[in-house]
Design a protein around this ligand. Structure first.
Ligand SMILES: [Zn+2]
Length: 327
């Protein structure tokens, strides 16, 4: 399995306690990944902005925060002896690998020359925005005016540079206008690492049918997000009470499959960035989802592609000379 999005590094960094990737109360630890059969786990360096910056970190600039997060990532992977994926052929050994990603393009503070630094760290997926406007573009929003806004000049420059370096652009969290600009500009595949179907659950973080088809046309993928708010419309009394249910995941996956085909399916759990009563609490629970999808009529080949093949294909596509994926 490849999971295209987690906030585990941010969770460990922001909590500031004794927890590590080896021992914690989170969804993701080295043991849950290995027991869950994960071969590629994306770890996002999520750079918080404004009120989301933890107390005690507010004196830091976004770039300084990103560097702290990267230091933490490096320390955790070294301690847990998890190799960082820089070449997709590493996946062939069947062992667990960390795939480094970023979320919130404000981290580079508008300085495109920092993207090669990220690439040298191992970053292979670059998220243009989180839920705020930044130097690159505008976020997903309930406000139609914001939602319609496209990329800024530096956003286009960032896409160009990502393409040159071999980093995938991530449109999860981006405005609809930004999505259209990425689709019109990107030379190869791009991804929505953790977004569901807006036709099933009408929230701006999810993708329209047309966006799902566009992603598929570009050879990209949309990773299934397990966040309750993106899976169903039900209102919970508190975030902790919100339910992340397998039956809703099945509705989204089947809709995406019927709308955009099997090659766009992927997984982006958003583990350790989501709250609620999670039916899939760790990767060890994932077979329950695959069983439910099989029962709903998703062909076994499509389940395999969703779990691994599609994400491996798209990650391979950014490497020099590599678009072939061995299973
Ligand atoms: Zn996110």
């Amino acid at each position: 399995m490849i999971d295209l999005h987690s906030d585990t590094v941010y969770a460990l960094w922001s909590r500031g306690g004794e927890e590590t990737l080896l021992s914690n109360s989170l969804s993701i630890s080295r043991d849950t990944l290995i027991r869950g059969g994960v071969r590629g786990q994306c770890f996002a360096l999520f750079t918080p902005m404004h009120e989301h910056i933890p107390e005690g970190k507010r004196h830091l600039s976004p770039w300084e925060i990103l560097n702290e997060l990267h230091d933490r990532f490096s320390t955790e992977m070294e301690r847990a002896a998890i190799p960082i994926l820089t070449d997709p052929s590493q996946l062939d050994d069947g062992a667990l690998h960390a795939i480094l990603t970023t979320e919130e393009g404000a981290a580079i503070e508008g300085d495109i020359s920092r993207l090669p630094i990220l690439h040298s760290w191992g970053v292979r997926i670059f998220g243009l925005t989180w839920n705020y406007e930044n130097e690159l573009g505008y976020p997903n929003s309930k406000d139609p005016e914001v939602m319609g806004k496209g990329l800024k000049e530096k956003g286009f420059e960032a896409i160009e540079e990502c393409s040159r370096l071999g980093m995938l652009v991530d449109v999860s969290h981006l405005s609809d206008g930004g999505f259209s600009d990425v689709a019109a500009t990107a030379k190869g595949p791009f991804v929505a690492t953790h977004s569901n179907a807006r036709a099933v659950t009408d929230v701006p973080r999810n993708l329209t049918d047309s966006q799902l088809r566009t992603l598929a046309d570009h050879g990209g993928v949309a990773g299934l997000n397990l966040c309750p708010a993106f899976l169903h419309d039900g209102k919970a009394s508190s975030p902790e009470d919100a339910e992340s249910r397998i039956c809703d995941m099945v509705r989204h996956v089947m809709h995406i499959y019927r709308t955009a085909g099997s090659e766009v399916l992927a997984i982006g759990t958003d583990f350790d960035g989501i709250e609620g009563k999670l039916e899939i609490r760790t990767h060890e629970d994932m077979p329950k989802l695959f069983d439910a999808l099989r029962d709903a009529g998703l062909p076994p080949s499509a389940i395999d592609m969703m779990a691994y093949g599609n994400a491996a294909r798209v990650i391979s596509s950014i490497c020099p000379g590599g678009t072939q994926v061995r299973r």
